[in-house]
Ligand binder design. Structure first.
Ligand code: TYM
Length: 342
């Protein structure tokens, strides 16, 4: 049997919970925008169904969904060239997730570290949706037969599970239907760390606002957060090797490199021997120069929510046009009768 060739297609998603933070921007959104220029179809999603796996106030969820759409667009995502939509407007995500719930094994879900982190000590009280979360994520990707998924490092295990689900489906139904999706985890900012603790990733849900830069922070807040960022007392080294046991310093250098679009080696060379008293203000200036135009544009877009909703609706139409025929094929493979006129 000759191996099926799959049309290259990029898919990724972000949860509309709280504000976008610098890790999401550098590890995800900025890279999504870069991939939009590679001549491949790009599909980017606001995963509102994933968001409700933990409690969301409905009004806050609507606001966060629009704000995330604004964040994508303000960062350079072009809703004409890419498909931008919110997950719940394309019913196939939830439909395929159910089928994948019947393909994935409980033992696979039990190994997911993100569930353990999020559910914490009280796993008995976590929603069933939080447990099944990775199956919905696999459905997001495979509903479009996506071949490449740009993400930060924390999503790696979920993408391995997606491949396991695709392989088991192909095997069980004796088809070569789903591609083995490739994770794209590249660049210097695939794991941006907390500004308060170099061993924890920067996160939207960290209780300490000082641990992260939000895309909506103003220039003073950004400068203040970098000034207070935890560091050691040593001057910066002359080589990358010198950052090995200095996670906080390495994190700030990586953030600078990603914002400046330079290799970390060049940043280290530029600041060799300087203290954080010199480096932090330079980092804050660079961050403000890069992020404040995005924040301004987000605010402008948020003034017209109807236009954002129109863009999302239009994106959902286009996404559904790709998804529906694929879902029909899946139903046929699984043995579902489809006799309702459409
Ligand atoms: P979410 O919403 O937690 O994060 C969105 C994206 O941002 C990346 N990211 C980071 N990158 C670098 N440093 C950080 N500190 C950092 N924090 C977050 C994440 O890796 C991610 O790429 N499960 C996903 C959403 C999702 C999805 C999908 C992604 C649902 N379906 C299908 C890809 C494909 C999540 O919770 O991402």
């Amino acid at each position: 049997m000759t191996a099926t060739t799959f049309t290259p297609r990029v898919f990724s998603g972000i949860q509309p919970t709280n504000h976008l933070q610098l890790g999401n921007y550098l590890g995800a959104v900025k890279r999504f925008v870069e991939m939009q220029n590679n001549g491949i179809e790009t599909v980017y999603c606001i995963v509102d169904l994933h968001a409700i796996t933990t409690w969301q106030d409905p009004a806050d969820l609507r606001h966060a969904t629009r704000e995330l759409a604004a964040g994508y667009i303000a960062s350079g995502l072009d809703p004409e060239r890419s498909i931008l939509f919110n997950q719940s407007q394309v019913p196939g995500h939830a439909q395929l997730a159910w089928i994948f719930n019947c393909v994935a094994r409980v033992g696979w879900m039990n190994r997911m570290t993100q569930f353990k982190d999020k559910a914490g000590k009280n796993a008995e009280n976590a929603s069933l949706g939080l447990y099944a979360y990775p199956s919905l994520m696999a459905a997001d990707i495979l509903l479009y037969k996506a071949t490449q998924v740009p993400v930060g490092e924390d999503q790696k295990q979920h993408l391995e599970l997606t491949r396991d689900i695709a392989a088991k489906f192909n095997h069980d139904f004796k088809v070569d239907f789903f591609p083995m999706t490739e994770p794209v985890i590249e660049g210097t900012a695939t794991r941006v760390m907390s500004l308060r603790d170099g061993s924890k990733k920067m996160s939207k849900s960290d209780p300490s606002d000082a641990s992260r830069i939000n895309l909506t922070d103003d220039a003073d807040t950004i400068a203040q957060k970098f000034r207070k960022a935890r560091t050691d007392a040593e001057p910066l080294p002359g080589t990358i090797d010198g950052l090995k046991d200095r996670p906080e310093a390495r994190n700030l250098i990586n953030i600078y490199a990603a914002l400046a679009e330079q290799p970390p080696e060049a940043v280290v060379a530029e600041f060799a021997g300087k203290g954080f008293g010199a480096f932090k203000p330079a980092l804050a200036d660079l961050a403000v120069a890069r992020l404040s135009p995005i924040a301004d544009e987000m605010a402008r877009l948020m003034a017209d929510p109807a236009e954002i909703d129109r863009i999302l609706g239009n994106g959902a139409e286009r996404a559904n046009a790709i998804a529906q025929p694929i879902l029909n094929d899946i139903y046929d493979i699984v043995g579902m009768i489809r006799s309702r006129p459409v």
